[in-house]
Design a protein around this ligand. Sequence first.
Ligand code: FES
Length: 103
Amino acid sequence: MSEFVPVAKVDEIPKDARKRVEVHGEKISIFNIEDTYYAIRDTCPHKKTAPLIRGTLDGIGIKCPNHGYRFDLKTGDCNIDPALKTRTFPVKVEGEDICVQVG
Ligand code: FES
């Protein structure tokens, strides 16, 4: 069973903020959009080099800083190429901890 891992304190990622963390070797970008947290694999699957943490928010999605492909923060779906769907992670808050389910 996958575990929820504490990755940050809630005051580290206030509303409209973001933070990149690393869990078990996986770089994960966490976004706080209207006080809801979303977690997505940080490395863009298109060229596998761009960090999505530096992207532009577009609703509940993030546009890659390199070529602008948009990835849904809930599903990981890519708006340009369905084969580029990326991984997202469940997030929950326990007390002051933001926890991400990895595994
Ligand atoms: S590297 Fe992200 S869209 Fe091209």
